[in-house]
Design a protein around this ligand. Structure first.
Ligand SMILES: [Zn+2]
Length: 338
């Protein structure tokens, strides 16, 4: 899956050509638009096509300045599922025509920044292409079950003090209670992911209820922050293959479990994380326990002393996480439900 087949020629050559050969050309610029199929854009990879649909939903909401109450409706908009369907590469982004929908939008243009790592590099401007990264000295800290009224702001202060970022998998229930704190999480340069509405076990509630848990939480996060979250972390890490396909968001698991909820002990948390963490790891902690939040300054200092850079999940995965796949670390991912 992670083969890098995307070597190709740049697209915006025409701009340079225009400037060089300008002379007495009329003011109207030569079109740099190009029609492509989704098969070309995604190298016929259905996970990549699902990622384009995910970006399209965000763009529909953004382009129509939609209220949070419209998030459910955006999942009902018909979006391309066939590789033979076409879109247009424009200087502003990927332009797609939409079928009739309740947003009354006929056309959207997804900025290339939203497509980084999702479509072939050859179709992206240089600034938005993925380049190989070394993850041997990168670690992603993740915090679940928040936001908490006092502990999450305390943790944000710590992250700011040490100039590092983390990823927060929040429940919709808590986001709707403390939207300001979710906004502060994002404002601090951190990332927010979806951790269900109220923490059920997806394996035992079925696909329809799982989708509703995820959508309702996406709505709360959109209402709080203005963006749909990219990732879902299912409670207990449990999710079936069918649910994974239905939610159309990448699933983020972990490779190091601090077991902080069981210890509720600052020093044990520190030891557990330090004993197991290596480059490329995703570390699971919870920002609803005071002991866990109290352990973070020492964990950050010790990881930094070992030369690790603390990054968000998107940075660790080089923006390449795709719907239908679950990620345990920088180099460990498989199909959801497998
Ligand atoms: Zn949880």
């Amino acid at each position: 899956m992670r083969q890098r087949r995307w070597y190709g020629i740049g697209l915006l050559v025409a701009v340079v050509a225009l400037v060089l050969g300008a002379g007495a050309l009329p003011a109207q610029a030569k079109s740099t638009n190009k029609t492509v199929t989704f098969g070309q854009l995604t190298n016929k990879n259905t996970h990549r096509l699902a990622a384009i649909r995910q970006a399209a939903r965000q763009q529909i909401l953004k382009q129509t300045h939609a209220k949070g109450s419209r998030v459910n409706a955006v999942y009902k908009v018909k979006l391309p599922t066939h590789m033979t369907k076409k879109a247009t590469l424009t200087p502003q982004g990927l332009r797609m025509n939409l079928l009739a929908n309740t947003f009354k939008v006929k056309q959207i243009t997804i900025p290339y920044t939203q497509l980084k790592g999702k479509v072939g590099n050859r179709y992206l401007p240089k600034a938005n292409r993925t380049t190989a990264i070394k993850t041997t000295k990168m670690v992603a800290l993740t915090f679940d079950d928040g936001p908490d009224k006092t502990l999450t702001p305390r943790l944000l202060k710590t992250l700011k003090k040490y100039k590092v970022h983390a990823t927060f998998f929040e429940t919709g229930q808590n986001v709707s209670r403390y939207p300001k704190i979710s906004r502060a999480v994002v404002a601090g340069g951190n990332e927010i992911g979806n951790h269900s509405w109220n923490h059920p076990n997806f394996n035992s509630i079925g696909t329809a209820k799982t989708v509703s848990q995820v959508t309702r939480t996406n709505r709360a996060i959109y209402q709080a922050t203005g963006s749909l979250p990219q990732y879902v972390r299912p409670p207990y890490g449990n999710i079936t293959a069918a649910e994974g396909r239905a939610i159309e968001q990448p699933v983020i698991r972990w490779s190091v479990d601090s077991r902080d909820w069981a210890y509720l002990n600052k020093n044990k948390d520190i030891n557990e994380v330090m004993k197991d963490t290596r480059g490329g790891d995703i570390v699971l902690m919870h920002d609803i326990h005071a002991q866990s939040v109290a352990a973070v300054p020492t964990i950050i200092k010790r990881l930094k002393a070992k030369g690790y850079k603390l990054v968000t999940v998107s940075q660790l995965l080089n923006s390449q996480a795709l719907p239908g796949l679950q990620y345990f670390g920088a180099h460990d991912y498989r199909t959801v439900g497998k």
